[in-house]
Design a protein around this ligand. Structure first.
Ligand SMILES: Cc1ncc(C[n+]2csc(CCOP(=O)(O)OP(=O)(O)O)c2C)c(N)n1
Ligand code: SF4
Length: 306
């Protein structure tokens, strides 16, 4: 048997295209190496995210990750995709702009509990109620990490922080419960140490057509040691198998359970997505991209205003 290919008759040559190999998580690694502290929960989140991109076979050219400012907000630099590391608390309006300009992109938002619930809190309800098709991953370490350990809106009541020397006076906000009240169509909770389940949640959130909030408990090992993460391994529980994630009131009960921190998909509903609704109403009628995805005609909009 010879390894030499058979000569082909003139005019009968067929061009065979090699099937593209399945991507792996490392194909999505960015050029920058993470500079988080050793043991930071955000490493687990990044691993789950890269694995989710690989399983979904997302083309990095069709992926945009938008963040604010904070340790967690550094994440876009560590991923091979379009990235925008912007202003503290302003990731959500930037992401809305990205999605409006290029609706064919998969748009992810990554930020901390401080970024999303302090300075940026005003944006969260509006993206949720509009049901903009973006995935918002709030990396909740219950503290301001980047600025070295001040109280955040999710810091537990009573604990000591640098800005609460006598213990935190306020009671913490609950991002999953807030998202439900704001009208989010997908609400889930994961944990950075449970990388495989987190990967599945990220995939489900990205595949959901509409606004997805994924709260990820992700400990700050340097400044958030007193924030109750030691107890998380015992108190985090998967949503009960009988939970119907279309039931908003049972989702709210699970999200606010005083004893257990329920993880998994708490709530999901189908509702028309913002940009396609806008386009159907003629508010953003535009040209089509090569792949048939609609694109807003920015030139036409600029003409209208000039
Ligand atoms: C407009 C503005 N205000 C305040 C700051 C200071 N600042 C930077 S990051 C941050 C909070 C960080 O906490 P969080 O958003 O929870 O992210 P983490 O670092 O914990 O991941 C603050 C207050 C800033 N950079 N810009
Ligand atoms: S300060 Fe905290 S949140 Fe920031 S990188 Fe270090 S461990 Fe992570």
């Amino acid at each position: 048997m010879s390894n030499t290919p058979e000569p082909q008759e003139e005019g009968t040559m067929t061009t065979q295209t090699e099937p593209k190999p399945k991507p792996s998580a490392k194909d999505y690694k960015g050029r920058l190496k993470p500079i988080w502290c050793p043991g930071c929960g955000d490493y687990g989140v990044l691993s789950a995210l890269l694995a989710a991109f690989a399983d979904l076979e997302i083309d990095p050219d069709n992926l945009a990750i938008v963040s604010g400012i904070g340790c967690s907000s550094r994440l876009p630099g560590f991923v091979k995709s379009y990235g925008f590391h912007g202003l503290h608390g302003r990731a959500l309006p930037v992401a809305l702009g990205v999605k409006l300009g290029s609706p064919h992109l998969t748009v992810l938002i990554v930020g901390g509990d401080g970024d999303g619930l302090s300075i940026g809190a005003g944006h969260f309800p509006h993206l949720a109620r509009r049901n903009v098709d973006v995935t918002y991953m709030m990396l909740d370490n219950r503290i301001y990490g980047l600025t070295k350990g001040q109280t955040s809106p999710t810091t537990p009541h009573g604990i000591w922080t640098k800005t609460s020397p006598a213990g935190v006076v306020e009671f913490p906000m609950n991002p999953a419960a807030l998202a439900l009240c704001y009208g989010a169509t997908f609400v889930a909770r994961g944990y950075s140490s449970q990388v495989k389940p987190l990967k599945s949640l990220i995939m489900a959130a990205i595949q959901h057509r509409g606004f997805s909030l994924l709260q990820v408990l992700s400990p700050c090992v340097t400044f958030g040691r007193k924030c109750g993460f030691d107890a998380i391994a015992n108190s985090i529980k998967e949503c009960p198998a009988e939970h119907d994630c279309r039931d908003a009131s049972s989702a709210y009960q699970l999200a606010t359970d005083p004893q257990n921190i329920y993880s998994g998909i708490l709530y999901q509903e189908e509702r028309p997505e913002f940009i396609s609704t806008l386009q159907a109403m003629g508010g953003a009628r535009g040209r089509e991209l090569d792949d048939g995805a609609p694109e807003i005609d920015v030139d036409r909009l600029v003409d209208q205003f000039s």
